[in-house]
Design a protein. Structure first.
Length: 181
């Protein structure tokens, strides 16, 4: 049932947020950035897929402009992952797909985080996000895999929505900038 709910909700949200997609695409093009950034991440069963995000970092300079900071701060840069959900590569709720290079570092137990589809949000995101170490994130992911249920997904979704409206920092780079200032 979850894949069908994910797919239908992703389709509806893509239609609702189409004006945002259009605005971000035009703005990125005017700023000399590509619209979408594709990053290989391990997904279900550890299979690699192209995680989609709006581009926020200039490819030559590594600079982040004010518009890009806004996209990250509001998590709008994550909206293209709705397409990942439509393609069946992701779910709304599940372990956040971590970097490919971590695959070789996982213990056999930690590899169990790939027993479910990765999510746009998950237990680690609502319980500390970028303030958690890699081990703490994986621990949260494993708790999710062990306890996965419709009610847990609803709780995570509601906590995610609350965090979005509180505009908690959504990126480790922004957290570093805030600490530096």
């Amino acid at each position: 049932m979850k894949p069908m709910i994910d797919w239908c909700l992703a389709l509806v949200l893509l239609l609702v947020f189409f004006p945002v997609f259009f605005l971000v695409a035009i703005t990125n093009m005017l700023l000399g950035l590509s619209v979408i950034f594709i990053h290989r991440r391990p997904g279900f069963q550890g299979h690699l897929f192209g995680l989609l995000k709006f581009t926020t970092i200039h490819p030559q300079t590594g600079a982040i402009n004010g518009f890009s900071k806004l996209l990250r701060h509001t998590s709008i840069d994550e909206l293209p992952q709705l397409i990942n959900i439509l393609k069946g590569e992701m779910s709304f709720i599940g372990p956040r797909p971590l970097l490919e290079e971590y695959l070789s570092e996982y213990t056999q137990e930690q590899k169990a985080r790939h027993a479910v589809k990765p999510g746009i949000t998950g237990l680690a995101q609502v319980n500390g996000r970028n303030h958690l170490s890699l081990d703490e994130k994986v621990e949260q992911d494993l708790m999710y895999v062990d306890q996965v249920s419709f009610l847990l997904d609803i709780r995570i979704l509601l906590k995610t929505i609350l965090q979005l409206f509180r505009f908690r920092e959504a990126d480790a780079h922004m957290a570093a900038e805030v600490k530096a200032n």
